[in-house]
Design a protein. Structure first.
Length: 135
């Protein structure tokens, strides 16, 4: 009889291990499916009261980068892009000054403000006598 109990115990232990393995596999499959559908992950913001999933655009990481790089990144992530010229931002020509909004639904339009280049006081124009103002 002791060998019968040992066999039953081994079968119960094996069954429990199989249940645990099945649970782990099911959890991993569900997590992968949610990630593939854009649910979960670090870039997703909790749903609003209307149930609309907002995504973090990444404004902090995109500011100061060239417009072409930012526009491609936004389009690759499912956003529309609207370019506007910023005022004198003191940044190099074509660099992104600001983005708005910083949280949006995929498919929404993100307004990207782009630097027109450094605009400053013009340099004095040299004159024939060598002085900057003709004095």
């Amino acid at each position: 009889m002791p060998s019968d109990w040992r066999t039953v115990g081994m079968l119960v232990g094996l069954f429990i291990l199989l249940l645990i393995a099945a649970a782990v596999i099911a959890y991993n499959l569900a997590s992968q499916q949610n990630s593939a559908q854009g649910r979960g992950g670090p870039a997703t913001v909790p749903a609003t009261s209307a149930g609309i999933q907002l995504v973090d655009v990444g404004c902090g990481k995109l500011r100061g980068k060239p417009y072409a790089t930012v526009a491609k990144s936004l389009k690759d992530n499912g956003f529309q892009v609207d370019r506007t010229d910023a005022g004198d931002a003191g940044m190099p020509l074509g660099d992104v000054v600001d983005l708005s909004p910083c949280q949006a639904r995929r498919g929404d339009t993100i307004t990207v403000s782009v630097s027109p280049g450094r605009i400053g006081r013009p340099s004095p124009t040299p004159t024939m006598d060598g002085g900057p103002y003709g004095h």
